[in-house]
Design a protein around this ligand. Structure first.
Ligand code: ZN
Length: 312
């Protein structure tokens, strides 16, 4: 049994996968908002699942942020109390077993690569377009977390091929200017609309207005698609994925799949380009599914009957 934890800022969700990849148990609770209670919350969710199932499982955790390779502590998480903590080790101790932990966008990419919209493809790039902009890379079924834990992380690369109006771009909380996250996210679309139309509108309404033929909304959506295509073209020029799986709230906008290929093709360094760009299969479940997949099914089966082992 593979247990996955989706550690979100407002809620913590846990699910167990059986050998067929079917979710057999799924529970969630509110994120308690402080470190010690959060560790206990994860422990209790795993205990509940294992009590229900009557057996132990492997545990993988997906969370915003990542583990610093130099200090071993969490960084860049939007659950700020996690930053500076040895979260993986503390969960291992609380659960008396090795726990694997990965960035939530990496878990999304892994989930879609294993048995989602990217299943069967050699190189899968997962892009999450929500309030922010995250990414993950899976090659040959293996998550590329990277030497420094930033594999697939594209949200704080600058917008490529910027126009004069796009340069230097808005300042970003990371300290840079023009980061992709400031452009190709729901909040980026809203900021762009506001700066051109001089009135606020939320991303859902901008899409609806663009479909209805409103000029300002159409222009904002055109700029959004162009920026997304340029950002993806740089990914294609580096890792040349077979498939790009799009998740997050903006993945529901069907028009992006029709329009992206033509613009990407115009920017990649190749006479032909034919990657598939598809919406995610698993939606909100990709967090728990990908976290569970941080352990392979074979590893989970091998550990089924092992005694409690504390890695410390
Ligand atoms: Zn940034």
């Amino acid at each position: 049994m593979q247990i996955g934890i989706d550690f979100g800022g407002t809620k913590i969700e846990a699910a167990a996968l059986d050998g067929n990849g079917t979710i057999v148990t799924r529970i969630r609770r509110a994120n308690p908002g402080n470190y010690d209670d959060a560790v206990r919350a994860v422990r209790d969710l795993v205990r509940m699942i294992e009590t229900t199932a009557g057996r132990r499982g492997t545990v993988g955790v997906g969370t915003p942020g990542s583990v610093s390779p130099t200090t071993g502590v969490m960084r860049n998480s939007n659950s700020l109390y996690l930053n500076g903590q040895r979260f993986r080790e503390d969960l291992s101790e609380a659960l008396m077993r090795e726990v694997r932990l990965a960035n939530d966008a990496n878990c999304f990419a892994l989930s879609e690569a294993v048995d989602g919209a990217g299943a069967g493809s050699a190189v899968v790039f997962g892009a999450i377009l929500g309030t922010g902009c995250g990414g993950g890379l899976v090659v040959g079924g293996k998550l590329i977390a990277g030497a420094n834990g930033i594999g697939g992380e594209w949200g704080h690369n600058p917008l490529p091929w910027p126009s004069v109006q796009e340069n230097p771009g808005p300042s970003c909380y990371c300290g840079q200017h023009g980061c992709l996250e400031q452009w190709i996210s729901g909040s980026g679309l809203q900021r762009d609309y506001l700066s051109h139309a001089r009135q606020p509108m939320n991303a859902v309404d901008i899409i609806a207005q663009a479909r209805a033929g409103n000029d300002k909304a159409e222009n904002a959506f055109d700029r959004f698609v162009s920026r997304l295509a340029r950002a993806l073209a740089t990914i294609c020029n580096v890792v040349d994925p077979d498939v790009i799986v799009v998740g997050g709230g903006l993945s529901n906008v069907a028009e992006i799949y029709e329009r992206l290929p033509g613009i990407i093709r115009a920017h990649v360094f190749s006479d032909a380009w034919s990657a598939r760009i598809v919406p995610a299969q698993w939606g909100d479940s990709s967090g728990v599914r990908g976290a569970a997949r941080l352990w392979s099914l074979e590893e989970a089966l091998a550990r089924k009957d092992t005694a409690f082992v504390n890695p410390k």
